[in-house]
Design a protein around this ligand. Structure first.
Ligand code: UD1
Ligand code: CA
Length: 489
């Protein structure tokens, strides 16, 4: 049962000055998604009746990411701090009794951890429950100042720390659960008493505690879950953790990964049992890999869908393409978007494909460009075959039937059709359709001139001799002629 009394507020209006970027902080990526998307995904399963994202910097771009998820947005302008952002969010949360507040820049938090936070808040009948973490280096974070074993007295921001507080290693994650009818009056009492003249949400904690309200802190099971992305170094660290978790998930599902630290896998990727991913592979976007596949080193797959037993040899780039079972590709193949390679098809080295279908067992082994082409089953495309699909204005299709043999170094000038079982002679430039079972040949006829080569060689040798003697003559010329040169030195 989704909780009817719960709202979620995500604070995502800040610029992210410390990133030194033109892009708003929450639009930076980690684990293959923007930070704000990652945060939305971690809290969406809570089933809150309202999800509100506070936007400000690059509001339009942030809204474009947020709104398709069903969350609503409120505009904070100008941005006067995290407490002010909460005040702005008030009109979005409706009649909710509890709110989970999340910063837009801490994307690693797990849904289970949020559930536990809400449960602890309810169980303790608290006004506020802070998700905290115990870390070895607390610098840069607000510190949780406890007034007893169970109760919190305040959050001290880095800039406000006393000497004694500096050693506190329990930090504020900026993720909280609040009881709203306690939060609003406390927040109204917070003054912008800091060098940025901002209203800090953290200061509402001390106000609540001073009123004798219950303020709890729940320690996150894994301190990495609360890492915030204030700097590029933070972003790299958080991205690395997402990638590590994802690789561990794949390995737990029966996928082998060589040198895992070198492999980049986006969150939505899936792979089947006994698949092997070699070092330095990237599996991006919505890539799906079947069982018993081998993805060899240096290959990059984005939105690719692979059946079972597919082999991708080293250094292939495959984008938005479907490879059915037992397909083999590469090394050094480039599949641009919209290809479909049917079962057992083979694409070899230095072959580029775009919007092309290869029938079952069809082969293009070497050095080809196949674009806007439909190629039948068991057809063989010889080395160096080019579909000339573009006349500078429009693209045209090439249709090749089943069991066709295209001889090496042929150009197929589209639109053109080659019927089932036809042959194309090597080196042809095909401009007209070839009927089934026919031979298409389109090249100059060969003539052999007997004795031509030896005659040519004799001529060339004679020419070389006369040049040599001419050079000898100039070298023996009187010294006076070279005087100019020596004087120049
Ligand atoms: C904040 C906390 C700090 C905590 C840390 C955890 C405050 C004052 N400090 O610091 O105790 O340890 O997070 O990561 O809250 N935002 C707005 N509107 C604003 C200001 C900020 O929406 O006016 C948003 C930002 O876009 C960001 C989030 O709030 O997503 C947190 O702001 P940030 O500036 O990153 O706070 P920290 O300095 O990290
Ligand atoms: Ca932050």
């Amino acid at each position: 049962m989704p909780p009817k009394d719960l709202a979620i507020v995500i604070l995502a209006a800040g610029k992210g000055t410390r990133l030194k970027s033109n892009l708003a902080k929450v639009l930076h990526q980690a684990g293959g998604r923007t930070l704000v998307e990652q945060v939305l995904r971690s809290c969406a399963p809570l089933g809150a009746k309202k999800m509100v994202v506070v936007i400000g910097h690059q509001a339009e771009q942030v809204a474009a990411v947020v709104e398709p998820t069903g969350a609503s947005t409120v505009l904070q302008f100008p941005q006067h701090g995290t407490g002010h952002a909460m005040q702005v969010a008030r009109r979005g949360v409706g009649g909710a009794r509890l709110v989970v507040v999340m910063p837009g820049d801490a994307p690693l938090v797990r849904t289970e951890t949020l559930r536990a936070l809400v449960a602890a808040h309810r169980a303790g009948n608290a006004a506020a429950t802070i998700l905290s973490a115990v870390v070895s280096d607390p610098s840069g974070y607000g510190r949780v100042v406890r007034k007893s074993e169970t109760q919190v007295g305040a959050i001290a921001e880095e800039s406000q720390l006393t000497e004694a507080q500096r050693d506190i290693n329990e930090i504020n994650s900026s993720i909280y659960c609040f009881t709203l009818d306690k939060l609003w009056p406390a927040l109204a009492q917070v003054k912008p008493n800091n060098k940025h003249k901002e209203i800090y949400l953290t200061d509402a904690i001390a106000v609540l505690a001073a009123k004798g309200e219950t303020v709890l802190a729940q320690v996150a099971p894994d301190p990495r879950e609360v890492l915030g992305c204030n700097t590029r170094a933070d972003l790299a660290e958080v991205d690395g953790i997402f990638r590590e978790w994802k690789r561990n998930e794949l390995m737990a599902a029966g996928v082998s990964i060589q040198l895992p630290q070198t492999v980049v896998v986006d969150s939505d990727v899936v792979a089947g049992e006994d698949t092997l991913i070699e070092a330095n592979v990237q599996l991006l976007g919505k890539t799906k890999v079947g069982a018993r596949c081998i993805i060899r080193t240096g290959s990059v797959l984005k939105d690719a869908v692979l059946g079972d037993d597919v082999i991708v040899e080293p250094h292939c780039v495959i984008v938005n393409s479907r490879l059915d079972e037992r397909v083999t590709v590469g090394p050094f193949a480039r599949l641009r978007p919209d290809n479909h390679l049917k079962a057992g098809a083979h694409i070899g080295n230095f072959v580029e494909l775009k919007k092309t279908t290869m029938g079952e067992g069809a082969k293009a082994g070497h050095l080809s460009y196949l674009g806007d082409a439909k190629i039948g089953s068991k057809t063989n495309i010889g080395a160096g075959t080019i579909t000339c699909n573009y006349d500078g204005f429009h693209k045209y299709p090439t249709t090749i039937g089943n069991r066709v043999f295209i001889g090496s170094d042929s150009s197929l000038v589209a639109p053109v059709r080659v019927g089932d079982g036809a042959y194309v002679a090597a080196g042809s430039t095909i401009t007209e359709n070839i009927p089934a079972e026919a031979l298409g040949i389109a090249r100059g006829r060969q003539t052999n001139k007997s004795g031509w080569a030896s005659k040519k060689r004799r001529e060339l040798a004679a020419g070389a001799d006369s040049k040599k003697s001419a050079r000898k003559r100039t070298r023996q010329a009187p010294r006076g002629k070279t005087k100019k040169k020596s004087r120049r030195r």
